[in-house]
Design a protein around this ligand. Structure first.
Ligand code: ARG
Length: 464
């Protein structure tokens, strides 16, 4: 009995004209977005057919016909001349259909021997992802180098460092830059590790159970530039951890970018005035002529949400799906491609922003206030042998007295006032009230002294 019901017996109608729902074809198709992987798909087939030839499943002549056809298809895609046809469900079926048209189905029909779209798509994705991630690594490296260059050049500029967005202690602007260069360098290293884990071959695993003709998977892997093969055929076709990791990486990177952007947005406000964005990365308001909005930074900040959303969405798509391949997994592509593109553009925009903004060193230094040296005041007494817990309290007392006396800062207290608070204060206490010296005292690794910041920058640079 056929599945087809006479239309009058259907509980719903409308779109059905034949055996299938036309919307289902659209719903099922991934070609609109997986055509990005055309080159990877062609390369996978090129190498796979070499494996078939080694097994004697196709002849040398057939192999060269196949390779000739694949070359033509590659050219069609790259010149934008590939003509999609109804029934081209995805990049794999589209390329195979076209190969048949070009070299005849008698030969093209052999290409898929022992292969499934399940190991094919997993292979294509890994080739595509490793290339995209490698491209991102290159852009990221340039971004970090721009930050390092800027930090080296502007090493003398001091600014307030913040915790809880409250002025905390003086730091160097370069120390702030170096903080993000450090984050991004860790991102860079993490990215290389993910590329490493992505770069293993599923090809030759068939639909799930392995290859029926004993294809040389190690040969296929080596030819495709993979570092090895995935050791279990069921894992090979079902594993999308490299997709999850790529999106997690993207999310974490964008998270760092969002904090970087938020800092710069704050620093660009009239109240702070530490930096001014180049016109290329800001826009005016349609209503208020005086406005210059940091749109680039707001978009960088905002897009972090979109990228994390992609990760969360795909994690939900594959949660609890049974082994091995299920069509749910086709949902890996759009969020992944979107994340990778968003990250690529974000790195380029962030690079543009940081290399073109202007800093206002005077405003940065003018924002330093004497109360930010209260810790240094406590440290002064520590150097005279007083336990820190006690000096912390004494320094707090100085801050309070200065406030009560309505002085502009703790440096305005007289010697008598200091002595009254604690007899161990001496005339040299006034040497404490120097921002440059405060910063320069922090020479320990990672600190804000010029030597320490420069060392951070060389260390970062040496990692590339
Ligand atoms: N377009 C599919 C995907 O991206 C290819 C794999 C299809 N395999 C299958 N058994 N339906 O996941």
């Amino acid at each position: 009995m056929s599945n087809q019901q006479p239309s009058e017996q259907r509980l719903w109608g409308g779109r059905f004209t034949g055996a299938s729902d036309p919307l289902m074809d659209l719903y099922n198709a991934s070609l609109p977005y997986d055509q990005k992987m055309y080159a990877a798909d062609i390369e996978g087939t090129r190498v796979y057919t070499m494996g078939l030839e080694k097994l004697g499943l196709i002849t040398k002549e057939e192999l060269s016909e196949i390779h000739r056809g694949l070359k033509l298809i590659l050219a069609e895609w790259s010149e934008g001349k590939f003509v999609e046809k109804p029934g081209d469900e995805d990049i794999h079926t589209a390329n195979e259909r076209r190969l048949g048209e070009l070299i005849g189905k008698n030969i093209s029909g052999k290409v898929h021997t022992g292969r499934s779209r399940n190991d094919q798509v997993a292979t294509d994705m890994r080739i595509y992802v490793r290339e995209e991630l490698t491209k991102l690594a290159g852009f990221l490296k340039s971004f970090i180098e721009v930050i390092i260059k800027r930090a080296t050049k502007e090493i003398d500029v001091l600014m307030p460092g913040y915790t809880h967005l409250q002025r905390a202690q003086p730091i160097r602007w370069s120390h702030w830059l170096s903080m993000y260069a450090t984050y991004f360098t860790e991102d860079y290293k993490r990215l290389l590790q993910i590329i490493e884990r992505t770069n293993v071959s599923p090809l030759g695993s068939g639909a799930l159970a392995g290859h029926p003709y004993g294809i040389d998977r190690e040969f296929l892997a080596a030819e495709l530039g993979f570092n090895g093969v995935i050791g279990n055929s069921l894992t090979a076709v079902s594993d999308r951890d490299f997709v999850v990791e790529s999106m997690f990486w993207s999310s974490l990177f964008m998270n760092h970018i969002s904090r970087f952007s938020e800092d710069l947005i704050i620093y660009s406000t009239g109240e702070f005035g530490f930096i001014k964005l180049a016109d290329a990365y800001s826009t005016g308001s349609s209503l208020m002529p005086q406005k210059k909005n940091p749109d680039s930074l707001e978009l960088l900040r905002g897009k972090s949400g979109r990228v994390f959303g992609s990760l969360a969405g795909f994690m939900m798509s594959i949660k609890s799906i049974p082994s091995t391949y299920n069509k749910d997994m086709q949902e890996d592509k759009e969020p992944l491609f979107d994340s990778l593109l968003t990250v690529e553009h974000s790195i380029l925009i962030a690079t543009g922003v940081i290399s073109t903004l202007n800093i206002d060193a005077e405003k940065m230094e003018a924002a330093l206030t004497m109360d930010m040296l209260a810790t240094d005041l406590a440290d002064y007494l520590v150097r005279k042998g007083v336990p820190f817990r006690e000096t912390h309290h004494i320094s707090g007392e100085c801050v309070r007295t200065a406030e009560v006396e309505k002085l502009s800062g703790i440096d305005q207290l007289t010697m008598e006032q200091f002595k009254k608070i604690d007899a161990r204060f001496e005339q040299d206490v006034f040497e404490t009230f120097n921002f440059e010296q405060s910063v320069e005292r922090r020479t320990a690794t990672g600190g804000t002294a010029k030597s320490a910041v420069l060392k951070q920058l060389t260390n970062l640079q040496s990692q590339f």
